[in-house]
Ligand binder design. Sequence first.
Ligand code: AMP
Ligand code: ZN
Length: 104
Amino acid sequence: MQDCLFCKILNKEINSEIVHEDDTCVAFKDINPKARVHLLIVPKKHIDSIAHMEEGDEKIMGHLINVAKKLAEQNDCKGYQLLFNVGREAGQIIFHVHLHLMGK
Ligand code: AMP
Ligand code: ZN
């Protein structure tokens, strides 16, 4: 998708600190971390938000959670929060769905 910041990061047109990549998703460090570990797990498929999920996308979302769990373990998180902001009113500023992993 043109003019999508996260699509540009996924396509390596914009630099980021990528910590994980597989066929389905990429994870990189949040540029403005709000926790000791703050990673964004982003599907390669452009989906605007959870509200825009289509039939079958739940498989992708399940995968994001599984990757978040593994990254939390790799980063020795004692506990962590997983968050999807859905919609501008809820604080979503990037309209390419992403899972926040915020770890202690
Ligand atoms: P949200 O409010 O859920 O849309 O979250 C967007 C997140 O993207 C925020 O936590 C930002 O700090 C983060 N962010 C914005 N631009 C970049 C970037 N270029 N690289 C990494 N993270 C970014
Ligand atoms: Zn995108």
